[in-house]
Structures are given as C-alpha cells and as structure tokens.
Design a protein around this ligand. Sequence first.
Ligand code: SAM
Length: 234
Amino acid sequence: SIEVVDVRPHERHYGVYVVRFEDGTERIATKNLTPGKRVYGERLIKWGGDEYREWNPYRSKLAAAIVNGLKLVPIREGTHMLYLGAASGTTPSHISDIVGEKGLIYSVEFSPRVFREFMEKLVDQGRRNVVPILGDARFPYQYAHYIKGVDVVYIDVAQPAQAKILADNADYFLKPGGYVMLVIKAMSIDVTAPATETFKQEINTLKERGYEILETVHLEPYDTAHAMVIARKK
Ligand code: SAM
C-alpha cells in the first residue's frame, strides 16, 4: 500500500485534515472518533499516534464541496446539527468526527431498511454523538420532542421541494443566527450552462423564507448533478 508522508490540518476547515502520500497525491480526512472502525470501507490512516479516515468526495457531497473550495463550513467542535436524509451515514460519520464528543447530530432517515443499516454502523460502533431518528423530514412535528435547538440544519433528501422542507425544519429547530446547508439537484454536466429551473426555484424558496444565500459550490466532477448551498436567516 502507498505510504503517507504527512497529515496536516486543513488551512480553512476545523476538524478537516489533508493527507499527503508519497506519490504527491493528497486527500482530505477526518480524525476517527472510533479508532479501528470503518463506516463505508474508507481507508484508515495512522499518523502521529492518531487515526484518520479518508473522506471520499465521490461518496460524500460535503467532501466534494470542500475539495471544490467551499469556504464556509459552519461545523466546529461541539456543533449541534439536524441532518435530514442520513442514508447509511457516510457524511454524518465524518461530521461526527468533526463535532466530537460535545457535538450532536440528530440524523433523520425515513427508509426503515436504510435506517437499520445506519443504526448498525454508527450506533453499534459507539458513535454517541449521533442520534438516529426514523422519521419523515416533511413532518418535523413528528420528531419535534426528540430535538433541542441546533446550530445547523443540513438537508440531502434527494426529493423535490427540499428548500421548503429545510425551512420548515429550521422554523422548528434552528437557533437564531444558525446556518442551513442544502444539497440541490442543480447543474447540468456542462459547467458553463445556466442553472436549472429546479435550482432557481429552490434558491427562490430559501430567499422567500428569509434566507441570505452565502455560498454555492458545484460538486463536479465528483457528482455531476448537485450543488451545495450555504445560507443563513437574515
Ligand atoms: N446525505 C447522505 C450522505 O451524504 O451520506 C446521502 C443521502 S441520500 C442522497 C438521500 C436519503 O434521503 C435517502 O436515504 C432517502 O431514503 C432519504 N430521504 C428521502 N426523503 C426523505 C424524507 N422525506 N425524510 C427523511 N429521509 C428521506
């Protein structure tokens, strides 16, 4: 296997690291909160007495956004987040590494089969900062009693009207001054082509609901169909 020559903190993002290999290639990673355990077959990297998990931008849209230069990642040690569309936990697992033991990720997923896989991986592995919720993000009142105020609401449910679902959840759970992170099906493969109708509609919904759009990043070439949007309530 290829040798690691350096691991350094990412110059911009808290809890994100840059691993350099002997062939000169670099990858991002997070420090493993549950050493020895993998979540999705990712490479584990030992360096300086710590263990890191490679964060694959082809598997995680947040990783793709970071590799593509996203500036504003509102996630720190101790951040509390509501994550809508947890799937089997690939991206939540890296956020779990970043926020650490004082952080919390309420993770909502509505497919029982996917949810069970998620539970087995993250909870059984001892990631105590992940709170799995089997629920439908369109109906936040269904899980309102489980959740206290959060600093960030993240949505990646791959459904139409995501911006509305996001804003409805933020109305319930987002603390004043908090951020929202939205994965939107958006761009055509041709980066020079104009944004799609869906994209414009979703952005408009956010604006109508009182959000200021702070940053938008394409996820190509890691994901040809989506963009990551960061916004904040005015
Ligand atoms: N965010 C995940 C990651 O990066 O690791 C991948 C999310 S996947 C694209 C979308 C997930 O949202 C699916 O697992 C799907 O079952 C879930 N989903 C779709 N609609 C939902 C809803 N209304 N409420 C909760 N989860 C939903």
